[in-house]
Design a binder for this molecule. Structure first.
Ligand code: NAD
Length: 267
């Protein structure tokens, strides 16, 4: 006989969550589902106008959502984010490391600054977020961390994403080892590997491709053509998986990656 009902398993009332990159795209989708499940939620992002507007929208519905300006690649900002969250809400239960960037450039045209920026925003951020969150979570039993990786953590999706793919392979490797390290504190650490998802970031990438030439535009078209389910996914189709990983419905899962890609990796 199961000990919890389905409603109880997915109920996050009393939990406190942080979603980085929550001002738009996949992150905002995740914020919506965590809030719906009852979590007090912090949006952490560099996009201030968008993040504050989203937080205000929730507050007008009586929901506990706040915005904290955070550059996830900056140690000081991440420490400030966790400290402020714990000060305001008294605890931290869920961290979603979602913020990420995916500019494209062939390696032969890449300078060090471009490479370092991608590693800092996509990978250093995950180390900083995980370390600071786990320190805060150690004060209460349990805790959940979800790292948004990519199918590119497992297999390249298109030419021009070598720096991105290196960062996302790093996120996946880090997730597994860190899950092992904090398991005895009952902190669960999992990753999600989205395929193509329609977001503001992808729209900007596509527009950029149209502007800057045929090669990247062709790559995006070729990527779309090989999605077995025949379409890009929606942010909410990642958010529902994040909700599952944040909830007790996944209580025995840690160090795992969940691929959500419309079947791309099958092809
Ligand atoms: N959309 C996709 O197809 C797709 C596929 C695989 C993986 N992902 C991953 O999902 C995550 C979200 O992607 P998205 O498509 O929603 O992107 P997006 O560009 O639509 O949104 C990203 C958010 O992150 C924020 N951000 C960027 N740099 C930041 C920084 N230094 N500090 C704090 N916030 C920062 C942006 O302001 C924005 O709000 C990323 O990690 C991305 O790599 C996306």
């Amino acid at each position: 006989m199961p000990s919890k009902t389905i409603a109880q398993l997915f109920n996050l009332t009393g939990k406190v969550a942080i979603v980085t990159g929550g001002s738009m795209g996949i992150g905002y989708g995740i914020v919506r589902r965590l809030v719906e499940a009852g979590a007090k939620t912090v949006i952490a992002d560099i996009a201030v106008k968008e993040g504050e507007a989203k937080a205000r929208g929730f507050q007008q519905q009586g929901k506990a959502v706040t915005f904290i300006k955070t550059d996830v690649s900056a140690e000081r900002d991440v420490k400030n984010l966790i400290a402020k969250t714990v000060k305001q809400y008294g605890r931290l239960d869920i961290l979603v490391n979602n913020a990420g960037i995916f500019p494209t450039k062939p390696v032969l045209e890449m300078d060090l600054k471009f490479w370092e920026k991608i590693q800092a925003v996509n990978l250093r951020s995950v180390f900083l977020g995980c370390r600071e969150a786990a320190r805060a979570m150690a004060k209460n039993p349990g805790g959940v961390i979800i790292n948004v990786a990519s199918i590119d953590a497992l297999h390249p999706s298109m030419v021009g994403l070598a720096a991105y793919d290196a960062s996302k392979h790093g996120v996946w490797g880090f997730t597994k080892n860190f899950a092992l390290e904090v398991a005895k504190q009952s902190i669960r650490v999992n990753a999600i590997a989205p395929g193509g998802i329609s977001t503001e970031g992808v729209e900007a990438m596509t527009k950029g491709a149209v502007k800057t030439g045929a090669a990247m535009n062709e790559s995006i078209k070729a990527f779309t053509a090989k999605i077995p389910l025949g379409r890009f996914g929606e942010p909410d189709e990642i958010a529902t998986v994040a909700l599952f990983l944040a909830s007790d419905a996944s209580a025995y899962m840690t160090g795992e990656i969940v691929v959500v890609d419309g079947g791309v990796l099958l092809a």
